[in-house]
Every structure is written in C-alpha cells, then in structure tokens.
Design a binder for this molecule. Structure first.
Ligand code: PBG
Ligand code: ZN
Length: 331
C-alpha cells in the first residue's frame, strides 16, 4: 500500500499523536550520575571543572549534599570517582584500597544518608603516581618503554573493589581493562562473603580521545604514554563482542560500552548479542562538546535530549552521564 493510501505524516500530525507512537522514551531511572569527590576540599568548597562547563569537584560533604538534592528530583543511582591527595599517590595506588580513602568514606556517607544505588569506579589511574590503570614495569618492546602489568594489577584492583564493598557499595565498576579482572574481583568478593555485591564491568572500553575533559577533572592523565595497550582500538567491533563474552563468563552482572555517541553501532551489536543489562557511558567529551556548542550558540539545548535518546534507541538500558541533573530537571 503506497501513496496516497499510506501517509507516514499521519503519525506526526500533532504532539498527541506523536506521543502515542513514540518508540523510545527516556526515564529518570535510566540515568546514573558520575560524581567527582576530592579528598582535600573542605565542607562547602567546590571546584569548577574548566573543561566541563557546569560540573564540579566536590568535597565529601558537598558530594553527599548534592546527591541528596538530585535524589529529591528522582535520581536512583550514582557512580563515585575519587580524587585523592596528590602526595598520597604511589606506584601501587595505595589510596585506592585504603579503608579510609575518599571513595570509601563517600560510599559510607551516601549509604547512611540516601537511598541511592551506590556504584564505585574501580581503577588505579587516579591513585598511581604515573597515572596508568595498572602497575608499571620497564619494557623496551612497547610504545613508550613501559609495560602495564596485567596479572600483578589484578590483586590491587580486587583489593580496591573489596574495600568499596566493605564500605557498602551496591555495585563495583572496574574500568581498568586488565584481562581477568572480573574473575579476580568476583572471587575476592565471594571469599569475603560479599556475594550480593554486583559487578558492572566496563566491558567494552575504547582508547578514546573523548575522555580528555575527565582526565582534566580527575587529574588522571598518564604521565607518559597512553592507554592503547589495554583499552580497545576504536576500529574494532567484532573484538567488542569477545570482550563482552569474556566478562560474562567471568561473572559480570552488567555490560558496558564506553564512550556512547561515537560507538552507537557497538551498543546495538552488544545489545543484540547478549541479554545482560547494558550500560553506556556518555563520557565527558560528549558532554563538553554539546555544552560548548550550546554556550557558543551553535547548538540549541534540544541537542542534549536528542543525543541521549539516540543512545537509548541504540540499545542502552542505563546511561552514565554528566547530563543527569539536566535530565532530572527536564523530564
Ligand atoms: C579511568 C576512567 C576514565 C573514565 C572513567 N574512568 C578515563 C580513562 O580511562 O582515561 C572516563 C570518563 C569520562 O570521560 O567521562 N579508568
Ligand atoms: Zn583507569
């Protein structure tokens, strides 16, 4: 049945019709807010992040107060990133697994004072003196003279995840991309009795230039080299399926694709292949690029919801995004 019997524009006649035929909808509970908590900030101090308009580094108390205000607007879950004091950073990321570390303290307070699902980012890069996501060793057969050790790093990642679980985290989210880390974390959590603590693995994480604003925010840029020997090559789609498959075998409860907007094909492919809840990370660069467009008058604010909708349409169940406060105000 073609024209004039079929008229697609009938579906678009007015907003009432459009509302009932809409296929994809964003909900407040789809959004996870990433919060950056800095150890050496006092109570009501907050630092604007120059590369991310409208975003801040919070103190422990400031972060919890802000989380409460978002919860009052309908926020359900939050992911905590810690920024330890510079002088505590070392070769083995000690402040990452300290029971009195900034993430551990924030988790305890969030669990005591809110009903949010509390997720923690598990990685070493914010806590190592060299800024890499694992331990380092000299090795000439690499791009920059250092190897990021895989198996040796697992122990420290698992210790970090366990310290987050002990503080009360509902979900731990390893973002390091070492092989075998989901298995190591699952085993360590289970041995300590934390069999109900969930794992949200950053399964498919690309070596992306869209993380640049975050590295400025979290002071976590590697001091030498790059992350290409552990994060995925942006050119590879089939490899994404293998990464996701391995994480499932190792026991992850969620899959994640990161970044989101430049990787919508990967989101769709992973969603079509597996049945786990699929998280996507709408990363700092995706946020800042749209914010810069709006601030310069090149884009209108509608571009925010349109880009988030495209991520959901591609197959995301959950979206980690710096736009979460905006979404809570506009849905
Ligand atoms: C660290 C980490 C990064 C992000 C989350 N965890 C950056 C990186 O891998 O260099 C990116 C978040 C963002 O850009 O919003 N492992
Ligand atoms: Zn890292």
């Amino acid at each position: 049945m073609d024209f004039p019997n079929t008229r697609m524009r009938r579906y678009r006649k007015n907003s009432k019709i459009r509302d009932i035929v809409r296929e994809t909808k964003l909900n407040k509970e789809d959004f996870i807010y990433p919060i950056y908590v800095k150890e050496d900030l006092k109570d009501d101090e907050k630092e604007p992040i120059s590369t991310m308009p409208g975003e801040y580094r919070y103190s422990l108390n400031g972060a919890v107060e802000y989380a409460k205000s978002l919860e009052a607007k309908g926020l359900k879950s939050i992911i905590v990133f810690g920024l330890p004091n510079e002088d505590k950073k070392d070769e083995i990321a000690s402040p990452a697994f300290s029971p009195t570390g900034i993430v551990q303290k924030t988790v305890r307070k969030l669990k005591a004072e809110t009903n949010l699902v509390v997720i923690t980012d598990v990685c070493l890069c914010q806590y190592t003196s060299h800024g890499h996501c694992g331990l380092l060793k000299e090795n000439d057969d690499t791009d920059f003279g250092y190897e990021i050790l895989n198996d040796e790093s697992l122990e420290y990642l698992a210790k970090t995840a366990l310290s987050h679980a002990e503080a009360g985290a509902d979900i731990v989210a390893p973002s390091d991309m070492m092989d075998g880390r989901v298995e190591a974390i699952r085993r360590t959590l289970d041995e300590a009795g934390y069999y109900n603590t969930m794992i949200m693995s950053y399964s498919v994480k690309f070596a992306s230039s869209f993380y640049a604003p975050f590295r400025e925010a979290a002071c976590s840029a590697p001091s030498a080299g790059n992350r290409k020997s552990y994060q995925m090559d942006p050119a590879n789609a089939r490899e994404a399926i293998r990464e996701a498959e391995l994480d499932i075998i190792e026991g992850t409860d969620f899959l994640m694709v990161k970044p989101a907007l430049p990787y919508l094909d990967i989101i769709k492919a992973v969603k079509d292949e597996f049945n786990l809840p699929l998280v996507t990370y709408n990363v700092s660069g995706e946020y800042s690029m749209i914010m810069a467009g709006i601030e310069n008058g090149y884009l209108r604010e509608d571009s925010i919801m349109e880009s988030l909708l495209s991520i959901k349409r591609a197959g995301a169940d959950l979206i980690i995004s710096n736009f979460t406060p905006y979404v809570l105000d506009h849905l």
